[in-house]
Design a binder for this molecule. Structure first.
Ligand SMILES: Cc1cc2nc3c(=O)[nH]c(=O)nc-3n(C[C@H](O)[C@H](O)[C@H](O)COP(=O)(O)O)c2cc1C
Length: 326
């Protein structure tokens, strides 16, 4: 089956992370140098029957190139959801999630559950490729190594046969969850198998130097940064400028306030303030005295209180060295 080619050349990409990588965070990461973004995962039945995707699919041109990510349990459902999304939002690609293995998703026999059935994964991609051809929208896939065991070769064979335009690999099995270390040597193997189809590696990247290293070690076309970007969105800039950037607490609080403002475009105000708390925990990681900072923020019961608390921290000037990032 012919696939639409997608050009990914040594790109550093913001990984999709449900609950975190909404339009606001994506925009800020693009401004800091991320080359490409992915939406959070969206449920195919929700898209088809309930129009649930609105907030999750919201994006601005600044986030392009963007992949809208869909998950579901069968080819018809996923292809139909993909068609709806591609027609309505015109993203650069539709990505199919075959990696998520949280309980709720596994119970629904969707996403990561499907890693046990490479042929079904192939049928899902093939059906989606077919439906999106008239719209000229490529189909990409985000996978893990397998479910219980590493079955990467079989999975890759099915996806490539089905016409996938790029594969992002988080090289752990679903059963591993986030434990152990990501097996980046398998990204190198996938790159060898995939031929012209771009391969993106994802897992455990915490510094710009590691990004450089992964490109060199594996020859992959893209490196994704997930949790590392939640804790340090400046990692994209660091990579572009090939230097460490030390950020102060003030700069981090500034980041949060800017993110919040952008979130209010598409999130109800109070909900945005709840959602952003999880991001703040990551962002304050590594800052001395962080538990005190987090306490203050987490205790906030409303937007007003959250902002007052952030501004209080903001007003500590000069920022005591004990609060500077280590
Ligand atoms: C909180 C959280 C949410 C995630 N949500 C998604 C998701 O919606 N879709 C997806 O493909 N991967 C998701 N992932 C997996 C990441 O995209 C990434 O592959 C994984 O976290 C490994 O990379 P990292 O070590 O850079 O975080 C999520 C990971 C985390 C930690």
């Amino acid at each position: 089956m012919s696939n639409l080619s997608l050009s990914v050349k040594k790109e550093v990409i913001l990984a999709p992370m449900a609950g975190y990588t909404h339009s606001a965070f994506r925009r800020l990461c693009r401004r800091l140098g991320a080359d490409r973004t992915y939406s959070e995962l969206m449920n195919a039945t929700g898209i088809i029957y309930k129009g649930e995707e609105k907030e999750l699919a919201y994006f601005t041109d600044e986030e392009r190139p963007i992949h809208l990510q869909v998950y579901g349990r069968n080819p018809e459902e996923i292809a139909e959801a993909a068609r709806k999304m591609a027609e309505k939002y015109r993203p650069e690609a539709i990505d199919i999630n075959f990696g998520c293995s949280v309980k709720k998703v596994l119970k629904a026999k969707a996403a990561g559950y499907l890693l046990q059935f490479p042929e079904e994964m192939g049928r899902i991609v093939a059906a989606t490729v077919e439906v999106l051809k008239p719209l000229n929208t490529p189909v990409t896939a985000k996978i893990r190594l397998g479910f219980y065991e590493d079955t990467l070769e079989k999975i890759a064979e099915e996806l490539l046969k089905a016409g996938v335009s790029a594969i992002a690999l988080h090289p752990r099995t679903a059963k591993q969850g986030f434990s152990g270390k990501a097996s980046w040597e398998r990204v190198k193997d996938l790159k060898r198998i995939a031929g012209d189809v771009p391969v993106i590696g994802s897992g455990d990247i915490r510094s710009w130097k590691e990004i450089d290293q992964k490109f060199e070690d594996t020859g992959c076309d893209g490196v994704m940064v997930g949790r590392g970007a939640l804790a340090n969105p400046w990692i994209f800039k660091e990579y572009k400028e090939k230097r460490d950037i030390k950020t102060t607490l003030k700069e981090r609080i500034d980041f949060v306030l800017e993110e919040l403002q952008l979130m209010w475009e598409f999130f109800e105000r109070e909900r945005a303030c709840k959602v952003i708390k999880a991001q703040i925990v990551y962002l304050f990681k590594g800052i001395r005295g962080k538990s005190k900072l987090n306490d203050r923020v987490m205790r906030s019961k409303s937007c007003g209180e959250l902002i007052r608390n952030l501004e209080f921290l903001f007003s500590i000037r000069p920022v005591p060295t004990s609060l500077l990032r280590k």
